[in-house]
Design a protein. Sequence first.
Length: 374
Amino acid sequence: MKFSIGIDELLPAIQSVIGVVEKRQTLPILSNILVNVSDGKFIITGTDLEVEITTSIAIEDKSLQFDFTVPAKKIFDICKNLDSGIILNFELIDNKLILKSKKSRFTLITLSAENYPNLDPISSTSEFSIAQRDLKFLIDSTQFSMANQDVRYYLNGLLFEIYNEELRSVATDGHRLAYANIDNLSNLINISKNTTQQLIIPRKAITELNRLLSDSEAPLNISISASHMNIIFGDLSFTTKLIDGRFPDYQRVIPATELCTKNIIADRHILKQSLARIAVLSTEKYKAARLEFQKNNLIAVVHNPEQEEAEEHLPIEYTGDDFSIGFNVGYLVDALNAVKEDQVTLSLTDANSSCLISGLNNDAVKYVVMPMRL
């Protein structure tokens, strides 16, 4: 069985699925990618049993029909080290795949496609469409607040919440929370108005999905079932299992702006740079910093066990009573990195409360950071 594909088409296709393939697997076949050739398409699939990515390349010979699996990392490394513009010739003999191009020749051992696991076909219960750039915005704005290997498994992922034509993303690790929303969903199918639909996407799926997304206006078609989510864009299909759990009521965590009696406006860049500098001397584990708010002045202080100290003074807009409060300075910097406006608002209900961070006059993204005892 012989056929040919240009390296400029093959390499991006392999790149799109390689991230989901684990290098060390209990099942050796999961270190492979599945190749299916039929109906004039060269279809590549990678999976780790939780996430599955499939993409396809058109080929001229529509009569070919066969499938096999091949080591993902090996074929990827071969392809990325070949020159652009060349044609790669494939030949399948028994359980071996022979790749030829100019003076190069590689022989790879294949495994039977019959043993390759696939996620169950998704039985869609609801659907909607969204632009790639909007979904990327939601993920970029919140993914850094996801928990990592928390025993509360439902925190090790990102919440998508659909309400009317609005899509919200929420992530929390129990110490901080990130929230973002966009309100231009289209082609809603089986999504009732004035009802809320939630789905929790696993951490790895979010990481891989964000790697595939671009800032284009191209639409994504998203299908949801009770246990899976599928996204179609172009020739690529992305399917992930959902986390079966109940996400915390995040609305109770976000301070109501009308109840915040202490409101501070600051230049985002100046505040971020100041906090990043003092963070250098914070302890690796806690990163505790004391923020002393005075009239139109903020003093940020860090101490560490080696008796070193960092202190920054910076101008702010604040006219209330003086107070001080402790925060994880790393969490504050993460939030300020995610806000895009030049000025930010820091809002608190009292000197012991969580801090609500958002862009000035823009509540599309919100960040909540819990206080620390110093």
